[in-house]
Design a binder for this molecule. Structure first.
Ligand SMILES: C[S@@+](CC[C@H](N)C(=O)[O-])C[C@H]1O[C@@H](n2cnc3c(N)ncnc32)[C@H](O)[C@@H]1O
Length: 213
């Protein structure tokens, strides 16, 4: 695949994610977490000003955005390939919610601005092709402000090898450190989390916080 992601692939992927959200609903998908989890804990620990621009890539129907609004962040963007997922979040938060919703394929999307915090929980690990990872890292590099932070979570090396019926790549903190270093992002913290799915299955995740100076 070249620099432009193939349109047909985006359409197939979008149908997959739309179907998953419609079948299971926002709170029934395996990645659902009701309380914002480590996402909000790590962001809180960064003590960012309330006007920090924050983007949740592949945010889907996640409640992370609800927690950001409750914490008084005023510049919040969610980008996702699945319109069904975004509709769950939009209807939960209501029409006046101070959120920019972007329905787009992250790998074809051209960021128009940079963000003080890039958040990705369980999205990067779906990129099993090196060319897709390059497209992602290009966007991450151009959309992260200086200074800026990245909070990223993937399945850990001993995590599941599939999610939502799709193969995933698994990472330890050192793997993510090595991936982020060439684009000027230095990992400043990392941890492991056992995520409990709505059906009670445990899924080990690797979390990293990286900083661009
Ligand atoms: C496992 S879910 C995680 C959702 C959310 N981050 C959370 O923690 O609840 C993966 C999300 O990535 C989205 N996604 C997958 N591929 C994408 C792409 N190429 N561009 C944008 N979003 C994508 C899916 O629609 C889905 O919402």
């Amino acid at each position: 695949m070249g620099a432009v992601r193939h349109r047909l692939e985006s359409v197939v992927d979008e149908a997959h994610w739309d179907a998953a959200y419609k079948r299971l609903t926002a709170s029934g998908v395996s990645w659902y977490q009701p309380l914002g989890g480590l996402s909000i804990k790590l962001v809180t620990a960064l003590q960012l000003p309330a006007n920090t621009s924050i983007i949740d890539v592949g945010g889907g129907a996640s409640t992370f955005v609800d927690h950001l609004i409750a914490a008084n962040f005023t510049d919040v963007t969610v980008v996702d390939l699945s319109n069904a997922a975004l509709e769950f979040a939009k209807s939960r938060l209501g029409p006046g919610a101070p959120v920019e919703w972007i329905h787009a394929d992250l790998l074809a999307w051209e960021p128009k601005r940079s963000y003080g915090l890039w958040h990705d929980r369980a999205v990067f690990h779906f990129l099993t092709d090196a060319s897709d990872r390059t497209l992602y890292l290009d966007r991450l590099a151009s959309a992260t402000a200086r200074p800026g932070y990245v909070v990223m979570a993937t399945f850990a090396p001993d995590g599941p090898d599939r999610c939502s019926g799709l193969p995933v790549a698994r990472y330890g903190a050192e793997d993510l450190t090595d991936l982020l270093a060439p684009i000027g992002l230095r990992v400043v913290a990392s941890c492991r989390e056992e995520h409990e799915t709505p059906s009670g299955e445990m899924q080990p995740f690797t979390w990293v916080v990286a900083r661009r100076s």
